[in-house]
Design a protein. Structure first.
Length: 230
């Protein structure tokens, strides 16, 4: 849903990327620093109830996550390992955010139900990403999703930040909504992968049927052209 904003964010981060491109800093280093910073912030500030501060610090490191791709493009060093590292460490950062919220609900929030919802969001988010990656590794089309990683993270951080400012009920509403859209998006991707697999099987069956049909036509033509025996 927020893909339309990525070009604008890319233009916004380009000056910073140009500055970093003149240093020895690599895109992978930016990815690692962003993940460590975001994970540490979530696991330090959220469990202690400092939700707004935690969201502000996490947001700063989210920009690091977006900056690595810009830096790779400017330096001309994009690669498969960089994409793998970025995607893998995104899962680590996401897990830290929702684990931090779960710990907060168990320790200070005294709400084990919302702790469970937070953990559900953690697991569902990982499943959403895994479903697409696994489908694409099998050659299936799975480029769908109502709530991708950016949307899910935005919902979680905005809800936590507003709760940290004292807005009532916003965090429970945000987490329940996030759990629902994550489950829906996972279902979307499973259905898309199933449809793509069915289309691939149908295409292969059609090709095999066409091949057999052409073979029969060739056999008949050969029989007609063969001289009579005797």
């Amino acid at each position: 849903m927020l893909k339309v904003l990525r070009p604008a964010l890319g233009r916004l981060l380009t000056p910073v990327g140009n500055a970093l491109a003149r240093t020895p800093i690599t895109p992978n280093a930016v990815t690692i620093v962003g993940t460590i910073g975001m994970s540490a912030s979530a696991l330090i500030f959220f469990p202690t109830g400092h939700l707004f501060v935690g969201v502000v610090v996490c947001t700063l490191f989210v920009f690091c996550d977006m900056l690595d791709g810009t830096l790779a493009r400017i330096k001309g060093t994009p690669g498969k390992f960089g994409a793998f590292l970025d995607s893998t460490l995104d899962r680590v950062a996401d897990a830290a955010v929702f684990a931090g919220l779960a710990i907060y609900f168990v320790r200070g929030g005294n709400d084990r139900v919302l702790a469970g919802v937070s953990l559900f969001c953690l697991v569902a988010g990982a499943l959403v990403s895994y479903a697409k990656a696994r489908a694409e590794s099998l050659g299936l089309s799975c480029d769908v999703g109502f709530a991708e990683r950016t949307e899910r993270l935005l919902i979680g951080l905005v809800a936590a930040g507003l709760a940290g400012l004292g807005v009532p009920y916003v965090l429970p509403i945000g987490l329940w909504a996030l759990a629902a859209v994550s489950a829906f998006t996972f279902g979307q991707r499973v259905i898309a992968a199933h449809r793509s697999a069915a289309e691939a099987v149908a295409g292969q069956a059609g090709q095999q049927a066409g091949g057999r049909g052409r073979a029969r036509v060739a056999d008949v033509a050969g029989d007609r052209e063969a001289p009579p025996g005797g």
